[in-house]
Design a protein around this ligand. Structure first.
Ligand code: FAD
Length: 390
């Protein structure tokens, strides 16, 4: 294997880690000079960059070709160095967290993939935590719950990194991460500086934020600050959870709610469990579509029911949100659908899975078939939730 330093290739033993002596004589130096203040520390110590690293094992789908270049960031200095290197080499940069909301194309990615590994869970007192982007989300949930802090117990079992959670404002079982985020620390590639963004500045909404909409690719999240509720009661908004505890005489503890959420997820193939083929997915593949209220009668007519029988939630003036799973099922795309290596999970209608040996092309074919089928039946165009790389 080769490790690339600036514009020099060096042959090394596979997986050995070598620190280059200095960046000062390399192409990136000019960039450092221009980036006042922030990158001065990034001169002598830099990060190893590997070539031709297969991305499939870094994703929960287990699909995708190689990254031309690949590096691990364990500190903010690494992040700044990677940005500088990618700019100097004029290659695109992609941030990889836990790869659980990601579908990589078969041909891979012709740029630098930066795997976010910044560690650290710091308890600041009174329910406040600052957490490194590379920590696993479910690990942090377990720590918070064990410390008696409420606010994220219903988000137990969501795979991926802490840094990935603000990107699409993860949500499940009646909670959204935006409810507890105070601020997000990130490297701003436009200003070339580390910035702290308040919750308002992150512009969180349903499965969206600044990071995956208006400012896509601009920010690299390095830390997230949370405010949880010490001693707070768990959230029991979701019907599945209420049912789970219906016969309990006393209100459940945080730890019981987190355990129940993981159990419900496991039953649906929505928990990463070794050997479970249904969890080789990116979770829900389609977002719940938001449509005009006026469309409801036509949707009802298409399936021969009354308008009131079409499940929906209010979504702002004149709009409603529809459950994508309901649309899929009524259009014939039921659990277990698909005869090839890519198919719908046998336990969750919204999850497309890799049943073994599936390629990006297999998943894309199934995605297009479902989108076209739902659109021709209901006139509603579904949108993909996972990010596509390559
Ligand atoms: C079985 C299963 C169940 C799931 N259940 C849920 C669920 O209930 N609710 C839900 O909302 N999601 C769910 N997901 C989706 C996924 O787990 C979340 O979206 C998760 O937050 C993605 O984080 P990640 O670290 O894996 O990001 P990745 O998949 O690595 O990346 C996703 C996107 O975020 C960007 N990104 C990642 N880290 C950073 C960073 N540090 N800075 C800037 N950008 C970054 C990437 O560039 C990419 O664009 C599920 C997925 C699976 C496989």
């Amino acid at each position: 294997m080769k490790i690339l330093f600036g514009s020099f290739w060096v042959a090394v033993f596979p997986y050995s880690i070598v620190r280059p002596p200095s960046w000062s004589h390399q192409k990136g130096h000019l960039w450092f000079g221009a980036a006042k203040g922030i990158l001065e520390a990034v001169t002598s110590e830099s990060l190893p960059i590997r070539e031709g690293v297969s991305l499939a094992p870094f994703t929960t789908f287990g699909i995708g070709g190689p990254a031309r270049f690949f590096a691990e960031a364990t500190s903010e200095q690494d992040v700044a160095a990677a940005v500088a290197w990618a700019e100097a080499q004029d290659v695109p940069l992609f941030l990889l967290g836990g790869g659980s909301n990601l579908l990589v194309r078969d041909e891979g990615f012709a740029g630098l993939v930066l795997h976010m590994q910044i560690p650290g869970v710091e308890a600041l007192g009174a329910g406040a935590f600052e957490v490194g982007a590379g920590e696993t989300w479910d690990g942090f949930v377990s720590q918070a719950v064990a410390a008696g802090c409420a606010g994220i117990e219903c988000l137990a079992g969501i795979p991926g990194s802490v840094g990935g959670t603000p990107v699409q404002n993860v949500g499940a079982y009646g909670q959204e991460v935006a409810e507890t985020i105070v601020s997000v620390r990130a490297f701003d590639r436009q200003q070339r500086a580390f910035v702290d963004l308040s919750r308002e500045e992150c512009r969180f909404r349903y499965r969206a934020s600044l990071f995956n909409t208006d400012a896509r690719d601009r920010y690299i999240v390095t830390r997230v600050r949370f405010q949880l509720r010490p001693g707070g009661a768990p959230t029991l908004r979701y019907a599945d959870l209420q049912r789970h505890f219906a016969s309990a005489s006393a209100g459940p503890a945080l730890v019981e709610v987190a355990a129940a959420v993981r159990e419900i997820r496991r039953a649906k193939g929505m928990l990463i469990v070794e050997g479970d083929p249904d969890c080789h997915s990116a979770g829900s593949f389609f977002k719940n579509p938001v449509v005009a209220v006026s469309l409801l009668p036509a949707i009802a007519k298409a399936v021969g029911v009354d308008g009131a029988e079409v499940p929906h939630w209010p979504a702002g003036d004149g709009f409603v949100k529809l459950p994508a799973a309901w649309l899929l099922e009524r259009a014939g795309f039921v659990k277990g659908y698909g005869g090839g290596p890519a198919g719908i999970s046998t336990r969750h209608t919204l999850a497309l899975t890799n049943r073994g040996g599936a390629t990006f092309a297999d998943v894309e074919r199934l995605e297009h078939e479902i989108i076209a089928g739902v659109e021709s039946r209901f006139g509603v165009r579904l949108e993909r939730e996972p990010v596509v790389l390559g």
